[in-house]
Design a binder for this molecule. Sequence first.
Ligand SMILES: *[C@@H]1O[C@H](CO)[C@@H](O)[C@H](O)[C@H]1NC(C)=O
Ligand SMILES: *[C@@H]1O[C@H](CO)[C@@H](O)[C@H](O)[C@H]1NC(C)=O
Length: 263
Amino acid sequence: MVSAAIRARSPTLACLLTVRAAAGISWLDGKCLAVVGDFVITSPNVDFVPWFELGICRVQAMADGRFGLADFTNTPQRFSDQFPHSALIPEPPRRMTSSQSVFWRTPGREDFMELPGTAFLDVGNLSAAFLREVIPLFRELRDDVEEWEKTHPRDWQLASILTNVTQAFGRLQYATYYFQDLVNDFAYFSRHMLDLNARLAFVKKYNFRSVVDGSSDGPGNLAHWAIGAWTAEPAHVQWLLRAGIPVWYVRTKRDFAASMSTR
Ligand SMILES: *[C@@H]1O[C@H](CO)[C@@H](O)[C@H](O)[C@H]1NC(C)=O
Ligand SMILES: *[C@@H]1O[C@H](CO)[C@@H](O)[C@H](O)[C@H]1NC(C)=O
C-alpha cells in the first residue's frame, strides 16, 4: 500500500516524517520532510514533496514545445513577488483529467492538415476539430477577464497575458505552420492559457485570502488542485499558507537544526 502511494505521486520524494500534523499548525511546522543534499524541505500544508529544481538549470525546448521539468507549468517554482499567481497553475495530472484537458495536449500528426497544392513539404494548419475543442475555454476565460475589468482597476499582468493569448489564438486559427512550429506555438498558447487562468484566480480570490484581517489568522483552506511554490523566505511561507496554496519551505540543514533547538 505504502509503496503504491509513493509510486503514484512520482516524481516525488517519500515523506520521511510527520511532524505535528494535527491542529494549530504554523508556518514553521511540517506535515512532511525531505532531505536533499544540504537542504531540508518541509511543508506546513501538504504531505508530499514534489520534484523541483533548487539550483540554476538549463532550459531547453522539448519535442512537445514545452520545457520539460523546468517548465513553470509542469513543476512548482520558487515563489516570486512578481509572479505569485504561478503557484495557482493546476497540477499536471489533475489538469489532464479536467474538462479543459485539450489545452495541455500536444497536437499530433492527425491534428495537422497539410496544405494541398504547395511545393513546400510539411506546411499546414491546425485541424478545425482540434480548434473547436479549444474555443470554448478560450472564450470563457476571455469573457471572465472582461467581466472582471468592468468593475475593477486594470491588472496589467492579466491584460498583458490576455493580449498574448489572443494573438496566439489568432495565429492558431489562421496561420499556416511547419508541423514543429505548430507544436511549439500551441505549447506557447497553452502555457499562457494556464498563466491567464492562474492570474485570474489570484486577482479574484487568492490575493485577498492571503491578507490577515484579524478575524482569523489560521491557514487557508487548501487548493489541492494547485501546483504550489517553494521558498526559502518565512514571509512567503506565511503568505502561501494563509492563502491555502501548497508551499514547501527550503532551509539549509544548519538553519533547520537551529530552528528546531529554539522551539
Ligand atoms: C486550414 O487550411 C484549409 C485549407 O486552406 C482551410 O480550408 C481550413 O479552414 C484551415 N483550417 C483552419 C482551422 O483554419
Ligand atoms: C507578451 O509578449 C511579449 C512579446 O513577446 C512579451 O515581452 C511579454 O512579456 C508577454 N507578456 C506576458 C505577460 O507574458
